[in-house]
Design a protein around this ligand. Structure first.
Ligand code: ZN
Length: 562
């Protein structure tokens, strides 16, 4: 048996080597923040997952071994109170909300490998408790009396300084005054070390403005943070190991998701299972919305070894301090490696105003995707909202961008090039037997900028670069007027356009996977040929003039005109 297994494994290794993906594969672990399961998903979270997805897809295109995680944060007193108001069980409530988030990811073609839920007792709780224990063993957790203000709405302790006229400025309600026994985490101990990590660039915070912001906070001095609450006030969360009277406060619970999903704490799961204590909650089958082909092994203790540390955490600007101060301190205390990068995005306003229910300007990502197409929404969020900055959503602007860039830009070029190829009555295949064209130089420059901007998380600039190139192709058509050309000259011009379109389909692939597929289907009508194209690695895909177009066919338009 053992022998057979070994031969099987060896055979697999040989097969993989043949596919050239074994030895030089880099791992790339990317996460979104976990969405708070208190309300349906909003447009800001849609942007975050699209940004992460574009990066994950880009790294897969480069041949990296990508693990892409998203999830929902399902614990906390606010969630329990909302469920009570809605008169449903708390678990039922978070199941519903979490399913909506998973549906959003599916709808937006987000290629996450896993989705972690912090009510997952099997995978998540054991990891959170293990991490807590590590911090306690390091002497970084202590019990103390806490006295102060607590806003249930914010789920945060407020100081006198935070209050406006004695009220929480966000919720316009006086906070609760509380006095209680809590566990504290010695965050103050790690300030200098974190500063050093950030200043040295070992922990990179992007964009620069956010790096400066967190450095200023750290230089101002980090105070120890309250790490638990008495169970009598917070009884929807992870129990503190060894103390039944306390529940973990958000830090050790939520932040741990980035390692619990990778199987940190898995040996503890096995121990629990043996004792018959594991009580894993599973999604109903109809809510299991993760795409099976994108799942990696869930036997994941190995995943922690393989993928940690995170290559990048993608987060919103409101949770910078938690991710760039508390989380690194926790990891240091547990002697775990720090994430390499934290990329911070801004907020989306709607028609220039803060998005809020009371203003009636909430943008429902499902509705937009349904009305204009998923790719159109992805494009808007990635191009119109500057990566790392704030941006605005309005239907007026959305339709402008849709019309100009998608219907008249990419969509029109695709239709034009394929129509030209069709009316030219060529004998296919058509391949590059022509003198080196300017396109070859141009395309190399485009790809260079493409990779440079993506590696620096400037996704909107990447899209600008692609659309500039689309403009170059349009000008080329106008200038050459291929419909009036004859013979080889005509073949050359049409070839250059087909080859440009093929390269554009690769470039947009991380951003608009459906539109990319549609172009490939028209350029490679034969399935075998299409497969051959899709199996290319990025370097092969980028090579100008090496592809034969055997048969092309104008198909459905990429973006319907409005
Ligand atoms: Zn508040």
């Amino acid at each position: 048996m053992i022998c057979n297994f070994k031969f099987g494994a060896l055979f697999n290794v040989l097969k993989i080597t043949k596919l050239k993906i074994l030895s030089f594969m880099n791992k790339f672990y990317i996460t979104t923040s976990i969405a708070y399961a208190n309300a349906a998903p909003h447009i800001g979270f849609a942007m975050e997952v699209c940004q992460a997805d574009a990066l994950a897809r880009y790294h897969r295109m480069k041949g990296d071994d990508v693990f892409f995680l998203s999830g929902t944060d399902e614990n906390g007193i606010k969630i329990k109170k909302t469920a009570e108001e809605k008169k449903i069980g708390t678990q039922e409530f978070v199941d519903e909300i979490s399913a909506k988030f998973q549906l959003l990811l599916n709808t937006l073609n987000v290629s996450n490998n896993d989705f972690i839920r912090t009510t997952d007792k099997n995978k998540h709780w054991t990891a959170a408790q293990k991490l807590w224990q590590k911090l306690a063993e390091a002497g970084d957790i202590y019990k103390s009396e806490y006295e102060g203000y607590y806003c249930v709405g914010c789920e945060a302790y407020l100081t006198e300084k935070d209050l406006v006229n004695g009220e929480c400025p966000n919720h316009k309600k006086p906070p609760e005054k509380i006095r209680e026994e809590n566990y504290f985490f010695k965050l103050s101990k790690y300030g200098d070390k974190i500063k050093d990590e950030i200043e040295s660039g070992r922990l990179e915070i992007l964009p620069e403005s956010r790096r400066n912001e967190i450095l200023n906070i750290i230089k101002g001095g980090l105070k120890d943070v309250s790490f638990s609450r008495p169970k009598k006030v917070l009884d929807w969360g992870v129990p503190v190991p060894g103390d039944d009277s306390q529940t973990m406060y958000v830090w050790c619970d939520a932040l741990t998701n980035y390692i619990s999903a990778l199987g940190y704490g898995e040996s503890e799961v096995h121990a629990l299972a043996r004792n018959g204590k594991a009580n894993s909650y599973r999604l109903k089958p109809e809510l299991q919305t993760l795409k099976p082909e994108l799942r990696t092994s869930k036997q994941s203790a190995k995943n922690f070894q393989k993928y940690w540390p995170a290559d990048v955490h993608i987060i919103g600007k409101d949770i910078l301090r938690f991710h760039a101060a508390i989380w690194p301190a926790m990891l240091m205390s547990a002697e775990l490696l720090l994430p390499k990068k934290i990329f911070v995005h801004g907020f989306i306003t709607s028609g220039g105003q803060k998005i809020s229910k009371s203003l009636g300007n909430v943008v429902d990502p499902f509705e937009v995707a349904d009305k204009y197409s998923v790719d159109a929404l992805r494009y808007y969020l990635l191009k119109e909202i500057p990566s790392g900055g704030d941006g605005d959503f309005s239907f007026e602007r959305f339709e402008e961008v849709y019309q100009a860039d998608l219907a008249n830009g990419l969509g029109n070029l695709t239709a034009r090039v394929l129509a030209l190829a069709k009316i030219s009555n060529f004998q296919f295949p058509i391949s590059n037997q022509f003198p080196i064209s300017n396109f070859q130089t141009t395309i190399n420059e485009v790809w260079e900028k493409y990779e440079d901007t993506l590696n620096n998380f400037k996704l909107n600039e990447t899209l600008n670069i692609i659309w500039k190139f689309i403009g170059v192709c349009d000008e080329y058509v106008e200038k050459e007027k291929p419909w009036g050309l004859e013979g080889d000259r005509k073949r050359e011009v049409v070839f250059n356009l087909l080859e440009s379109l093929r390269q554009i389909a690769w470039m947009i692939r991380p951003f608009m996977p459906e539109a990319s597929d549609k172009i490939f289907k028209q350029l490679f009508t034969d399935e075998e040929n299409r497969k051959k194209e899709m199996n290319k690695n990025l370097d092969e895909a980028k090579e100008w003039g090496k592809t034969e177009f055997i048969n092309v066919k104008k198909g459905e338009s990429l973006f319907m005109r409005l």
